[in-house]
Design a protein. Structure first.
Length: 162
């Protein structure tokens, strides 16, 4: 696991720092990639992260790598986001079990689509409530580590020129 972490996460981050990408930009890429990677609409996260990368001038590879890394978290958070949205709006709980979904499909595809649309809107509301605090927390969690790492590599670079 340590080798995988170093090869897939640590070394690419160090490479970005060596290329001159600021710790602030990398931390923002990580925080937003993680937050928007958990957006509860499957398939929308790559587009959202791409747009964020473009408009905020973030590293596309870094933000998309984090987006893909949090995909399991996105799946795990779908039901909690639906439930949070239902709680906030006072709606009834959407039946989220294979048997319940099969029963809905037997009643009619149109009704099932309406139910899923409602669940999706509740999930988006739940995600929206969590997104800003999560992004801020992620940014400030990674920023000191990245600044320290950047300083370490600046010092090594400065010492090797002597």
């Amino acid at each position: 696991m340590t080798g995988l972490f170093k090869r897939k996460i640590l070394h690419p981050v160090i490479d970005l720092l060596k290329q001159g990408v600021t710790p602030e930009k990398i931390s923002l890429s990580i925080a937003l990639g993680g937050t928007f990677g958990c957006f509860p609409v499957i398939g929308a996260t790559s587009l959202l992260c791409g747009l964020l990368s473009y408009f905020l001038r973030l590293n596309m590879i870094a933000i998309q790598a984090i987006n893909y890394a949090v995909y399991p978290v996105q799946i795990l958070m779908l039901v909690p986001f639906v439930r949070l949205g239902e709680y906030v709006t006072g709606s009834e709980n959407f039946p989220i079990s294979p048997n319940a979904i099969l029963s809905m499909l037997k009643e009619g595809i149109l009704q099932t689509i309406v139910y899923f649309w409602s669940a999706t809107l509740h999930a988006i509301l739940g995600w929206t409530i969590i997104a800003l605090p999560a992004a801020i927390f992620g940014y400030f969690l990674f920023l000191p580590v990245l600044r320290k790492t950047a300083q370490k590599y600046r010092n090594l670079k400065g010492n090797s020129k002597s």
